[in-house]
Design a protein around this ligand. Structure first.
Ligand SMILES: *Cc1c(COP(=O)(O)O)cnc(C)c1O
Length: 311
């Protein structure tokens, strides 16, 4: 994709007595700074998909998502900056919110569909109906995770190799698992990957990593695992403890987080560091996958939880 973009994204060391006590070095890979509009891992997932769309002669990109979806937001921004038409098929009733307002302002056509229809989104009949209605399009799955997304995220490993010769583990938040699948396919020998589930998914996420590896015809170059204990009750659920952590983290390190993915990643990472999961002397890299636009959609719930913290 065209400039402005920042790759390799900056690698920033965090300092905290907790890390010192456990002998761990923590570096944050700032993919939140990758592009001013197309945020974080979504930029990496879109990179080769947009190249493929262009090669195949498409002028329209279509995908699916919830009303606050970072993927829909990034897709609309990418379509706008790269000169594509875009269509977002959105789960649930027609509504306006900052995420969808941005998407509309970038020219995305929005179609709201019932939850029942949405569940059917990958069926041939549903896609045929969309093509009859909207014309032909380049299709991206919900969350943007497909074989080309894996290829884009696998580049994180090569960037890290050039930036930091000795990392042991790369951690990321895990939603549709494309980012973890890519990271696990691109790390140097001797490193490992650790995903933190942002939703209650059970073994489905591990299966999804395996499916994406097969789809991309790659194998894991590094051992990988998913930590399921820090999703906070489910997708987009969060409580006052997470908000307190997120606010303290941002104040201490000057790095903004959002509660859907990245706060859960760092909350979980602090917990497993304190549990002693990493060996002394190990260097851990955490991917800041961006998504800060989602803070706006969570603002009311965040404010309400912050009020309970100051009582
Ligand atoms: C989409 C998203 C994720 C999840 O990435 P997957 O590849 O779907 O697992 C993580 N962090 C942020 C900020 C996201 O927007």
């Amino acid at each position: 994709m065209s400039a402005p973009q920042v790759t390799p994204t900056p690698l920033q060391e965090l300092h905290d007595p907790i890390f010192a006590r456990h002998g761990v070095r923590l570096l944050v890979k700032r993919d939140d700074l990758i592009h001013p509009l197309i945020s974080g891992n979504k930029w990496r997932k879109l990179k080769y998909n947009l190249a493929a769309a262009r090669r195949l002669g498409h002028d329209t990109l279509l995908s699916f998502g919830g009303a606050y979806s970072n993927h829909i937001h990034a897709l609309a921004a990418a379509a706008h900056t790269e000169g594509y038409k875009s269509i977002g098929v959105i789960r649930g009733e027609a509504q306006a919110n900052p995420t969808l307002d941005d998407a509309r302002a970038w020219g995305m056509q929005l179609h709201f569909v019932s939850r029942a229809c949405y569940r059917d989104r990958n069926s041939g009949a549903f896609l045929d109906a969309l093509r009859r209605r909207c014309g032909d399009f380049y299709l991206l799955p919900e969350g943007g995770s497909n074989a080309l997304a894996v290829r884009g995220c696998a580049e994180i490993g090569a960037e890290l190799d050039a930036q930091c010769p000795a990392y042991d583990c790369v951690c990321c938040a895990c939603g549709s698992a494309g980012t973890l699948a890519g990271i696990a396919a691109g790390l140097r020998r001797g490193a490992r990957a650790l995903g933190f589930a942002a939703l209650r998914a059970g073994a489905a996420l591990e299966a999804e990593v395996a499916r994406l590896h097969a789809a991309a015809s790659v194998t894991a170059s590094a051992p990988w695992r998913i930590e399921h204990g820090y999703h906070g009750g489910g997708y987009a659920r969060f409580d006052a403890a997470l908000v307190r952590f997120m606010d303290e983290f941002s104040a201490r390190h000057g790095i903004p987080l959002e509660p859907i993915y990245t706060a859960k990643l760092f909350y979980g990472l602090y917990a497993v560091i304190q549990r002693g999961d990493f060996g002394r002397g190990e260097t851990v890299v955490a991917l800041h996958s961006g998504g800060l636009q989602g803070l706006r959609g969570a603002a009311d719930r965040l404010a309400a939880l912050r009020r309970t913290l100051t009582l």
